[in-house]
Design a protein around this ligand. Structure first.
Ligand code: SIN
Ligand code: CO
Length: 377
């Protein structure tokens, strides 16, 4: 039954210390009955999202040895009419960015820093539906919301692991099965990066939420650091007045090379580089702020909530700044407790807000409400 008045929840079956020490980035873990409140969004809501041009979605048809067919969204309502009874999956990315009530699940992952979270993808599958055997590059918690899914886990893979070349999907050529689970509603499977897995829907109406994590690639970070460092720098041309005559015109002198490297590296500005990292980490995967918050549903589930963060807002506090969706906001000392509270969680009660809401804080919050980052309930 679709109970509007329940929010999604996840609880680790052990202390966060134990989980982080034994499993995080190291080993898979099946956690029966660790999640609840996953009735919403339903299939129609998910399908509706995929009609929106800004929403990233995929429709995968196929099973076993194929053939496999991949279509990218946005879709039209008619696209779903032609689907058969079996063997297809609709995957909708970043649902938390669009449906704020879905994003509230992420508060239960606060044993990890918020900047490490990417998004919640939700898949809706007919019986037999699957994306094939594969591995992901990022940590993921696969949460069964409705129906059952048969999970098979394989070995640790990397870019050298043979892939099938006859499908448009990244699919392993072969996956020896090491472990198997039947996930029922509320069961959660954690997978570190690289673990081969294959999940097949055992029922129609099989819905799986994937809480996916983000890990910056240092190559991207360095590119961003360089771009940010050079943003306000004019031309910096090599110059060599006062040279002595060259002895061998075919050689680059080691001292010349050293000088050039030093001058070029000197352009990398640490402050700008740090800003580039914060901008990258605080930029959401998609901009979801145009989607309205379903205040009624959140209020019904938790009447004490006075303010909620939009699922499309991403916040990071560092020193005297709070970064919101890639933009830095300077904070006065009296605004810092409010900023910390807003960055730490996604829904806020009257009392906890009252404890940190100074006059300066109120002014900032009003600005952020105007920009759509927060809504009063
Ligand atoms: C799915 O939800 O169908 C697939 C998720 C995954 O295997 O990563
Ligand atoms: Co996967």
């Amino acid at each position: 039954m679709h109970d509007e008045s329940v929010l999604p929840r996840f609880r680790l079956p052990m202390t966060p210390e134990d989980f982080l020490q034994r499993y995080w980035q190291r080993a898979s873990l099946f956690m029966p009955g660790s999640a609840s409140g996953l009735e919403h969004p339903d299939a129609d809501t998910l399908a509706g999202l995929t009609l929106e041009p800004e929403v990233e979605s995929r429709l995968i048809e196929g099973a076993g040895n194929g053939p496999w067919n991949l279509r990218q969204g946005p879709f039209e309502a008619g696209d779903f009419a032609s689907l058969g009874e079996r063997d297809w999956t609709l995957l909708v990315q970043s649902v938390d960015h669009y449906l704020t009530e879905t994003s509230l699940l992420l508060d239960d992952f606060d044993f990890l820093p918020g900047w490490r979270i990417e998004d919640i993808m939700i898949s809706y599958a007919a019986e037999g539906g699957s994306v094939g055997p594969h591995f992901d590059q990022y940590d993921v918690f696969l949460i069964q919301a409705s129906g059952r899914r048969h999970w098979q886990l394989g070995p640790l893979c990397d870019d050298e692991t043979p892939q099938r070349s006859d499908t448009p999907l990244k699919m392993l050529a072969d996956m020896p099965v090491i472990e198997e689970h039947i996930a029922e509603p509320g069961d959660v499977l954690y997978l570190p990066p690289g673990v081969a897995h294959h999940g097949v829907a055992l029922d129609s109406d099989c819905v799986t939420w994937s809480v996916g994590f983000r890990a910056p690639d240092y190559r991207d970070l360095l590119a961003e650091m360089v771009a940010e460092s050079l943003a306000d720098v004019g031309p910096a041309l090599y110059q060599d007045p006062g040279r002595t005559p060259t002895i061998d015109a075919g050689h680059l002198q080691p001292a010349e090379l050293k000088g050039m490297l030093e001058r070029a590296f000197d352009l990398l500005n640490r402050e700008a580089a740090a800003s580039a990292v914060c901008r990258w980490l605080s930029t959401p995967r998609q901009s979801g702020l145009d989607f309205l918050i379903e205040a009624e549903q959140i209020r019904a589930a938790d009447p004490d909530t006075a303010l909620v963060r939009h699922g499309g807002a991403r916040l990071i506090c560092l020193d005297n700044l709070i970064w919101i969706n890639g933009e830095p906001w300077p904070l006065n000392p009296d605004q810092k407790p409010l900023a910390s509270l807003l960055a730490r969680k996604r829904r806020y009660q009257h009392d906890e807000l009252a404890a940190v809401l100074t006059e300066g804080g109120r002014a900032l919050l009003n600005d952020w409400i105007d920009q759509g980052y927060f809504a009063e309930l």
